[in-house]
Design a protein around this ligand. Structure first.
Ligand code: IPE
Ligand code: IPE
Ligand code: MG
Length: 271
């Protein structure tokens, strides 16, 4: 049953062009300032449905095309030596979409994991799913556990896939965990500080987000990483996710290179 449903999603992933991890001196990276890279990049992969509709196709065709793009962006992130890449795959609000689209997306994530597992492992990727994983279908939860277990000792890019993720839901779950510790007398309310909150979030162990990219032309957070983007640089790409190429990704990185981040302070020459 599952395999039958999966057929379509997985097949569309196969037969993609092979894109190797770009080397440091690759023409793709020309002009990148290697001393001023973001440590953590987060991406709202938006615009799949509109992209598909614009070519007279059903929305799900856009999701399949988007999965191929993700693979290339992950390889580019590895080439850039990023510490963390966090991508928004399915939000807590996306359950309100038609059941057929939701099912397709669950199957697509499952198929992607199954198909890419070994290659990601060979690329030293450490995959981790953030969000309320317990709310996902059992077959997907099982594949997630397998993938995380396989890659848990890898030392390369931390690849966080936000699935059934909502920033508010993440905070609720973190606050509940902390409240239990207080109730059990393990900590006091005064112990609730920034570090404890960060350690209680799904992104524990990752640096704060430096660069947040949203494709598809909209300019909103849609409940993504509300705590973690406190000082992120925001980059909006007009292109929909299925057209977001490694070149587009590097363009965003180069723009980040030139951003003036002040963190509420003043530049040296203004002091
Ligand atoms: C993003 O593309 C993927 C998910 C939200 C799962 P959309 O499906 O939101 O595509 P648009 O924004 O409707 O074009
Ligand atoms: C955000 O995109 C969620 C993902 C990319 C997974 P949406 O398409 O769900 O966001 P809205 O509805 O435009 O805010
Ligand atoms: Mg959208």
């Amino acid at each position: 049953m599952i395999n039958k449903l999966l057929g379509k999603a997985v097949m569309t992933l196969a037969g993609r062009d092979d894109f190797a991890i770009p080397k440091h001196d690759s023409p793709l990276f020309e002009g990148v300032d290697w001393d001023n890279l973001p440590r953590h990049v987060a991406v709202i992969m938006d615009g799949n449905g509109r992209w598909a509709n614009a070519q007279g196709q059903v929305r799900t065709v856009g999701h399949s095309a988007g999965a191929k793009v993700l693979k290339n962006i992950l390889k580019t992130a590895i080439g850039l030596n990023l510490e963390s890449l966090t991508v928004y795959a399915f939000s807590t609000e996306n359950w309100t979409r038609p059941a057929t689209e939701v099912k397709f997306l669950m199957n697509l994530i499952y198929g992607y994991l199954k198909q890419e597992l070994q290659e990601m492992h060979e690329d030293n990727v450490r995959i981790h799913f953030i969000g309320d994983i317990a709310g996902l279908p059992d077959y997907l939860q099982e594949e997630i556990r397998k993938a995380e277990e396989l890659m848990k000792n890898n030392t390369g890019v931390k690849f966080n896939v936000a699935t059934n993720y909502g920033g508010q839901d993440e905070m609720i779950r973190a606050i509940q965990k902390i409240a239990v510790s207080v109730q059990n007398g393990e900590i006091t309310p005064a112990d609730i500080q920034k570090e404890l909150i960060e350690d209680s979030l799904d992104t524990c162990g990752n640096p704060p987000v430096d660069l947040l990219i949203r494709t598809g032309g909209d300019h909103r957070l849609s409940n993504f990483l509300l705590w973690q983007v406190a000082y992120a640089e925001f980059y909006s790409a007009e292109v929909p996710w299925p057209e977001f190429s490694p070149k587009c990704f590097v363009k965003a990185i180069k723009e980040f290179n030139n951003r003036d981040r002040r963190f509420g302070g003043l530049n040296d020459d203004k002091k």
